[in-house]
Design a protein around this ligand. Structure first.
Ligand code: ATP
Ligand code: MG
Length: 214
């Protein structure tokens, strides 16, 4: 393979990466929302895009199945950075990782009393590190989606989840009580690819960097 492969997830990452690709002169030939294709050619015969789950982007790049990828900081922290070079904050798909509890649950008091909290999250590594740093005792419950349901259904006292407008929390009578970390998406690069394919990769990375600064 002489060309390069870029791993993206469909939805906001694909949409928000399009302008950055355009700045590098790369235009995908199809939209993954409407096409069922998982490999999308571009106007550049040396560049193709593969569509993967958001949480699978680091894996594709780590193993060199993709040379470049775009992944949320949430996904990168959970996955770990082994084999990945992440040179650029793309400042897209911005949101915040928050602790949220049902309205009326006195989180501060529970923490003060040293209560053991049941916390549900898709982001168990981030949650574990957050509560360990605060010396709060937690039992973590791994979920894959619809975190907001967990406290309402009696599965957990609190959740750790991504929040942007807060609309989903509000609709489910939850309130954010603690900020964990600010999230945005980063460019990730396979370390070996960067050496072997620098001639084609570096101009793309540079174009992304310039576009982010605009
Ligand atoms: P999957 O659908 O495969 O379970 P996902 O729900 O994490 O994955 P997306 O919703 O496309 O996939 O989110 C991709 C990335 O966008 C996340 O990893 C996160 O960094 C960021 N993100 C998630 N939710 C929001 C949001 N509400 N606003 C802005 N950015 C978000
Ligand atoms: Mg989502």
């Amino acid at each position: 393979m002489t060309g390069i492969t870029i791993a993206l997830s469909k939805g906001r990452i694909f949409e928000e990466t399009l302008p950055l690709l355009a700045a590098a002169g790369i235009v995908p030939s199809e939209n993954p929302e409407t096409s069922r294709k998982l490999i999308i050619e571009t106007n550049n015969p040396d560049v193709r895009v593969v569509i993967v789950r958001a949480s699978d982007v680091p894996t594709y790049v780590q193993y060199g199945a993709a040379d470049l990828g775009v992944a949320g900081k949430d996904v990168l922290i959970e996955h770990g950075c082994e084999g990945l070079y992440s040179p650029l904050d793309l400042k897209i798909a911005k949101c915040r990782m928050m602790v949220a509890v049902p309205e009326g649950f006195d989180y501060a008091k529970a923490v003060r009393q040293g209560n053991r909290l049941k916390v549900a999250s898709k982001y168990t590594k981030i949650a574990r590190e957050h509560f360990a740093a605060k010396s709060v005792h937690v039992d973590l419950i791994k979920l894959y989606g619809s975190m907001e349901l967990a406290p309402l259904a009696g599965l957990a006292d609190a959740i750790v989840d991504l929040v942007s407008t807060g609309g989903t929390l509000k609709a489910n009578r939850l309130v954010a009580v603690e900020h964990v970390v600010d999230i945005s998406s980063r460019l990730v690069v396979n370390q070996a690819s960067l050496k072997v394919k620098r001639e084609i990769l570096q101009p793309i990375i540079d174009a992304f960097a310039r576009a982010v600064e605009k």
